[in-house]
Design a protein. Structure first.
Length: 96
């Protein structure tokens, strides 16, 4: 399973080694500037993809914590809504 995950990640992320090689083998200021811009763009893309993935992965835990806080602060929540909130919290509660 982890091998499949690794293959999937390789397809999503840009290979920065290739972009660094482009800078190394480029001739002239124009080519080096273009290769540097490519490296910067690929780095920004990879960073954004990683951060976005982490945010989405941790969103349920964050929401569960926020719901738990809301339940403590507001005891007058509709019982049906409270039940749904508690179920969500139980399902997504961060493991200590």
């Amino acid at each position: 399973m982890s091998n499949e995950k690794e293959d999937f990640r390789k397809k999503l992320y840009f290979d920065l080694k290739e972009a660094v090689n482009d800078i190394s083998f480029s001739c002239g200021a124009k080519e080096k500037t273009f290769a540097g811009a490519k490296l910067l763009g690929k780095t920004l893309f990879n960073t954004t993809l990683f951060l976005g993935t982490e945010i989405v992965k941790n969103a349920p835990k964050t929401i569960a914590s926020q719901l738990e806080s809301n339940l403590e602060k507001n005891p007058n929540i509709d019982p049906e809504r409270r039940k749904k909130m508690e179920a969500f919290i139980e399902k997504h509660k961060p493991k200590d």
